[in-house]
Write a protein that binds this ligand. Structure first.
Ligand code: NAD
Length: 474
């Protein structure tokens, strides 16, 4: 195998030593003065400190968002709102390199992913929704769909800027104002986005950003907003649904997953192997729709596993800012210990773990790509979301058995099907209980395509015409 010289990214974004909360167009400290640190997971060094929002700050931000919605953003014409969104999209493109590096520093994900996926796709969401802002009456949701008002949004750490874009772009296009809470381990790009809103002259109070942990999120859910949009774990989603039940607040939930990536014996195996690798090792496996269960037809299982292991041996784990890196750092010490604990249950329950012989950096949070064989459906590694670079391999003999096994989890977010036969793709897609089914590909996203789950993966859709419905009173 070739050895590559290091190819470090040279751009360094402007990262402040300290960030405030972004409320009513200004950066301010928390009422009670609380702060926390954000850590670079590849070095364990603190990157900056940031104010932590409490209940009083949430109330202030929601009041600012309410004023802005009623006085400015709600009454504004769709075409004017669209201009702001186009401006935000263009600014994101202009600053793409800085955002990509900042995301890699704060999150640990490889620069080639932030540069080629996270940031461009975030910009795409703003461009796409900018186009909708003056065409909402033609979205098939009634002749005069109205905004909901003020929206509280809570997002996870796995795609910090992209999840922000998935939430903020449609909300603003539909005439709502927002109070968004980024995840506690990855607030940086949300704060840089707040600076970008200032640069775009977005009216004060239209976007408010409140860094903080679970308590801040819970306070936002409890506040006087009209809707909560949440992306995160099923456990927290369930708690939020309980809080919101009985109130007039709307709720959409984008939760966890345990996707099956099904390889039939007539599949193009080399492409399938690429799809398996992308499905589970993209973003260190910190992906809600990751193809974390490989279901492979028994007759080709040995061949697929052999090619898969050879391919995984070539993956480069290490410095997220190196352009050759395929797998970066695990986002936090907590997530690393969760991955370790669940992986140990796999070995304990009798599955066989395989890992490539790669070196890991000494400092930071790292986990080797792992492939489990001999996995039974009842094992925790076949049922629970590991949210790390860990693949569980199961086999099947007939298409019916593949579908039964694929559907045998509480989740229903995504699935993949690999076969040369179009009829088999359609047959499988009809039977898979998943919000998204990819055929002969995996992890494809587009702002025009709705994304969301079935079963315990949540409800509501983000993206596309369908995603607008979640932000309109129709
Ligand atoms: P998490 O549920 O622990 O946290 C998500 C967010 O909720 C964070 O901002 C957190 O601070 C906040 N939070 C925590 N407790 C809260 C509470 N009681 N009330 C309100 N907010 C609270 O999840 P995580 O570990 O950050 O993210 C990983 C999870 O997110 C995985 O399960 C993954 O599948 C899921 N996810 C889903 C999608 C999707 O679109 N379906 C996308 C990305 C991630």
């Amino acid at each position: 195998m070739f050895e590559y010289a290091p190819a470090p990214e040279s751009v360094r974004p402007q990262i402040n030593e300290h960030y405030g909360l972004f409320v009513d167009g200004e950066f301010v400290d928390a009422e009670d003065g609380a702060v926390f640190k954000s850590v670079n997971p590849s070095t364990e060094e603190a990157l900056f400190t940031v104010a932590e929002a409490g209940e009083a700050d949430v109330a202030k931000a929601v009041a600012a968002a309410r004023r802005a919605q009623e006085a400015v953003w709600g009454p504004m014409s769709g075409s004017e709102r669209g201009k702001y969104l186009f401006r935000i999209a263009r600014l994101l493109q202009e600053k793409a390199r800085e955002f990509a590096v900042a995301e890699s520093l704060d999150n640990g994900k490889p620069i080639k992913e932030t540069r080629d996926f996270d940031v461009p796709t975030a910009a795409q969401h703003f461009f796409y929704h900018a186009g909708w802002a003056d065409k909402l009456a033609y979205a098939g949701l009634g002749p005069d769909p109205r905004p909901l008002g003020v929206v509280g949004q809570v997002i996870p750490w796995n795609f910090p800027l992209l999840m922000l874009a998935w939430k903020i772009a449609p909300a603003l296009a539909c005439g709502n104002t927002v109070v968004l809470k980024p995840a506690e381990t990855t607030p940086l790009t949300a704060l840089m986005f707040a600076e970008l809103c200032q640069e775009a002259d977005l009216p004060a109070g239209v976007v408010n950003i409140l860094p903080g942990a679970g308590a801040t999120g819970a306070a936002l859910v409890d506040s006087a907003v009209d809707k909560i949009a949440f992306t995160g774990s099923t456990a927290v989603g369930r708690a939020i649904a309980r809080t919101v039940a009985g109130s007039t607040k709307r709720l959409t939930l984008e939760l966890g997953g345990k996707a099956a990536n099904i390889v039939f014996d007539d599949a193009p195996l080399d492409q399938a192997v690429e799809g398996i690798v992308n499905g589970i090792f993209f973003n260190q496996g910190h992906v809600c729709c990751a193809g974390s269960r490989l279901l492979v037809q028994e007759s080709v299982a040995d061949e697929v596993l052999e090619r898969l292991k050879a391919r995984v041996e070539t993956l480069r784990v290490g410095d997220p800012l190196d352009k050759n890196t395929d797998i970066g750092a695990i986002n936090s010490a907590e997530q690393l210990s969760r991955i370790r604990a669940l992986t140990e249950t796999g070995a304990g329950e009798g599955a066989e773990a395989w890992q490539p012989a790669c070196d890991l950096p000494e400092r930071g949070f790292w986990f080797r790509p792992t492939v489990f064989t001999g996995v039974q459906q009842s094992m925790r590694i076949a049922q629970e979301e590991i949210f790390g670079p860990v693949l569980s391999v199961l086999t099947f003999r007939t298409p019916d058995e593949a579908i039964a096994k694929a559907n045998n989890t509480p989740y229903g977010l995504s699935a993949g099907v690999w076969t040369e036969k179009g009829s088999k793709i359609l047959w499988a897609a009809e039977r898979l209980r998943a919000g998204v089914v990819w055929a002969n590909t995996f992890n494809q996203f587009d702002a025009a395509s709705p994304f969301g789950g079935l079963k315990e993966s949540g409800y509501g859709r983000e993206g596309g015409r369908q995603g607008l419905e979640a932000y309109l009173d129709v």
